[in-house]
Structures are given as C-alpha cells and as structure tokens.
Design a protein around this ligand. Sequence first.
Ligand SMILES: Cc1ncc(C[n+]2csc(CCOP(=O)(O)OP(=O)(O)O)c2C)c(N)n1
Length: 631
Amino acid sequence: MTGPLLAGIETPADLRRLTPEDVEQVARELRDEIVATVSKTGGHLASSLGAVELLTAIHYVFDTPRDRLVLDVGHQGYPHKMLTGRREEFDQIGRAGGISKFLRRSESPYDAFGAGHAGTSISAALGMARAIEHQDRDACAIAVIGDGGMTAGMAFEALNHAGHLKQKNLIVVLNDNEMSISPNVGALSSYLSRKLSTPMVRRMKGWAKEFLGTMPGDMGYWAHKAEESLKVFFSPGLLFEALNFKYVGPIQGHRVDVLLETFANVKTMLANGEGPVLVHAITAKGYGYEPAQQDPFKYHGVGRFDVESGAFPPSKPGPPKYQNVFADTLIRLAREDDRIVAITAAMADGTGLDRFKSVFPDRFYDVGIAEQHAVTFAAGLATEGMKPVPAIYSTFLQRAYDQVVHDVCLQNLDVTFALDRAGIVGADGATHQGFYDIAYLRSLPNVILMAPKDENELQHMLRTAVEYPGPAAVRFPRGEGFGVPLDPEIKSVPIGEAELLRDGDDVAVVAIGTLAHAALDAATELSAQGISAAVMNARFAKPLDRDRIVALASRCRVLVTVEEHSALGGFGAAVLELLAEADVQIPTRCLAIPDRIVEHADPGALRAEFQLDADGIARVAAALLAEHPAR
Ligand SMILES: Cc1ncc(C[n+]2csc(CCOP(=O)(O)OP(=O)(O)O)c2C)c(N)n1
C-alpha cells in the first residue's frame, strides 16, 4: 500500500529531489503506511506519528548521512527508517532477523548512533559535532529529543557542555508533545508548556500595561518595553539562551512549510557561526491518526489493532503479569507499613506502579526519565527511616550504577530494588535485554539479590526485600506468570535459603528464577531416560545457600546451573566460585545467555537456542553425564 511518492524514495536524496509541496504528500503517505503496518506488526505508534513531519523535514533540509542525525531513544524513528531504505523490511520490525524497533549503527549508515535508552542523543551529537570540527569537515550534527528524554540528567550535562563549547555545528530539536510514555512530569515540563506562556503571560502583560499606563510622561514606550521583556521572561527560550543556545521556537511541528523554512533558517544560522541552536517544536503524539491522538498513552507501544476503529483484539484472560503481582503486593505491604514509598523513573504503567499510585498517591513518585536521581532520591529517603522501593527495569538500572554502589550499597541503606524485565525481553531487543543485573549487583557489598521461581514466590520475596534493613533487589521477568495460586499470606523467605524442589543423585540442576520450572520439566524428561536429577531453586544469587549447594554438589555426579542472565559474572559463575572455594570438584555446565549481543526475537525461540528450556537443560545434563559416567 506504499503511496506513489514514497515508492520512489529509496534514500533521502530521492526525497530532496521533490518540491516542498510534495514533502507534505510524503508525510501523509508515511503516516498512512506506518499506521497500516504497525496495526499488523505492533510497535511504537504514537511517538512515530508525532515525528513524521519533523523527521521528513530534517532529511529534506539537511544532507543526511553527511549531516549526522541522532534520535533520542529511537522509538520515534519509524519515519526515518522508511525514508532511509528500510521501507521494504518495515513489516518485519521487531521480528527475528528483521529490522530493530530502535536504532542500530549496524542497520543503516543513516542510524548515526544506536539508541534504545533515553537521554543520550545530545551527548552523542555533541561528540559527533566536535569530531567533525576536529576533522575539518563541513557538516553538522542534529539531536532530536523528546520532552520526556529531556528529563534525563544526561541531556542537561550535554547541553551544559555544548553551551560551554559554543558548538557551532550542533542543533538540538526538542520534540515537545508534553508526553513521556505517560504525561510528562517535572518542573521543566511545566516550564516548557504553552499553558504558562499564553493566557498567563497575556494577563500579566495586561496588568503591566494598565499599571504603566497610569504613569505620567513617556510611559507608553516603557509599557511596550515591559511587554516585550515579559514575553522573553516567560518564553521557554530563556533557559536555553542562558546555556548559550540560540533558541528558535516554539514552532508548529506538524506544519511542513513552517518546518522547512525554520530548518533552512537554522542552516543559515549555523553557516553564520550562530550555533548551537535549539529548535523547540510543538507536536502532538499520535498526530494524524485519531485514536492515537486522542489517547497517545494507549498507543505509545501497541500490539495489533484494527485501523478503522482503533480497537485492539480482546485480551485473552491469562495468568497475571509479574509487574501487576509486584504492584499489588507492594500495595498490601504498604498498607501494613507506612514507611514504604514507591518510585518510578517514567514507567508507572510498565512497572505496574500506576496501581500503587491510585491507592497511595502521596507515597508514589514519578521522577521522570531519571534513574540516577531515582536511586539517590531513594537513598535519601532511606537515611530518614523510610522504606523506598524504586521499581526500575533491569536494563534501565544500568544507567544508575554508581548511585547503586556509592549512594545505596556503600552506605548500607534500606532500599528495595524491584528489577522488572530481567532476562529476555523479546521484540525490544538488544538495548532492552535484562542480562547483566546479577553480575552488576552481586559484586557489591551489603546487597542481597533474589529471583522468584514464579509469581507466588515474587510476593514472598518482595516482603523479604522490604523487611531486610539494607539494600535488597528482586529480579523478575517480563510478561505473565505461570498462573500458580497466590498464597493469601505473604511470608518472608529466610535470607540465603535455597529450596530443593526435587531430589535426585545423578544430575544436580541448580536454577535461579523462573527457569526453575523448566529445570523441573527437564528432570521429568531425564527420569524417562533413567537419569535421576535433583532440582534446586537457588532463590538467592547473593548470598548463595552455601550449605545446600555444596551438599548437593557433593552427592551428585554432574551439575548444571540455569539462569536467564549473561554467563559472565552471573549466577552460574557465582556457583563456580563457591564450589572452588569449598574445594568441591564436580563436572559443571553453566546454562546462561552467551557472551554476545542478543537481538530481538521470540523469547521462546531464544530460550530454545540457548538451551534454556526443558529440552535444552535435559540435553546438556544427559550429555555431561555421558561424558562423566563415574565420579
Ligand atoms: C533510560 C531510559 N529509561 C526509560 C526508558 C523508557 N522509555 C521509552 S520512551 C519513553 C518516553 C519518551 O518520551 P519522549 O522523549 O518525550 O518521547 P515521545 O514518546 O513523547 O515522543 C520512556 C520513558 C528508556 N527508553 N530509557
């Protein structure tokens, strides 16, 4: 269903051959095709629709890829992908072997910088702009960042540095739709908001005129002056001008004519040495597709839907999602203990904490896309005797590593980290995989780290973590639980205690997290082959249950560890360290995510590929046993 103009665009050079009037038509065709395709593939709909005109105009006016275009997060990049030679592959977005939902340098020379996490674009573009200058090339770097992305501390670090350098070939385009995934939060967001700069400024200008009009002499002139300075004072530009940026805006981000003219002017400004420039474009998330524009939150990341009505297929009743069990449990615990407060970094919906917010609005904090601040804010709360629970995806807590080390663990503060999306994430791919948290946490002092085998154990572990007086983390996966019954009473788990789920004496399978279930199924398969397998649910990656693991390893012939985490520095590595230290010699295989980049694919297929399913575990265990028939 590719439109006639779009069909002729293989690269932005083809776009540049069109007339400015045609560019509007290209934008319309892009929008239709994005809606039609995403309705079948799923993906980031509303953000991409909101950036259609912006990205098309940038590719038209600037000479990409010579001029470097850096998109923050990359989730709004679908129009960019379609204009840069990936239209044919677009229906495979997020599928195994298909193009990524975010940006990858390996995917296209037009993806100047890989993305997936928010807040990085200005730093990267500044680095590029600087390199271009070092190498005496004639080009610029353009960062496109949302008002959500702008809440990331890194964005300000970069603005500060760019302003200091007075980087002449740098453009920052602020794509301001007042939305993060949910409505954006923060003082900056209200500062940027038109609500401040229109009716209120008008009222203030009126008062000023009235007041000055009562003054004698040449006050008409001064009234006019005052009006002007009020306009500047309340213009969102002041902040950026103070950081040495030339501020252009606010402009209407869906008017192709306005965008083309503005970017052409900005190009001239750069040529005149007036950079860095910040272009403030006002856009509407979901623009041009009525259902998404009405409810951009619902259409931020979508599955399949019906284009005509905007309706999603009815969700099949299934087991509860981990995030919801987490949030519901936290609500129950918070009813008992008013020291508990919940913190999210712009993921109230994804973490389930929107439920907590509706029950305890005063004990809920959305800090914006600011994981570093979230962690140190939690640390501060903990110093005063509160029990903060930052719920942050495993992949996003990476951003706040030093805060975890320096502010929480070294001070042994009572912070509970709820690490959602730990393990394989599926369509979101490499940037979002939760593969490193065991490694990055277990090396830290004071922290305890657990992973539940199912949603019922998640409840108990959350209580354990909250009651533990120091830093504690619970990692749990994306998606639905197993549908196991949830114990009505939430009991804490003894710290560092593993549980033997099944006894056996040939093979010891020691699993952490939800793969304990696959390990149990593997044991059933092995017993059909006459192999007796014990299955242990380790529960804790730190502290390990030394006694139980050593006892089991001492009486079995081979050992297999299982985890949905990187093999390097993970749970299996911890078990090997323990066995070495305890002088237990046992042939061992560690099943884990291999040391390579794992792209988007179906989670089940990836588990099978890495032998992290029942068949794989059974196969590895049987082969290991065959290699070591006697001990
Ligand atoms: C470090 C980090 N934290 C959280 C996220 C999850 N996330 C993806 S998009 C998004 C909102 C981005 O909002 P904005 O930059 O305004 O773009 P919009 O979707 O509104 O166009 C968030 C919070 C992320 N990608 N990276």
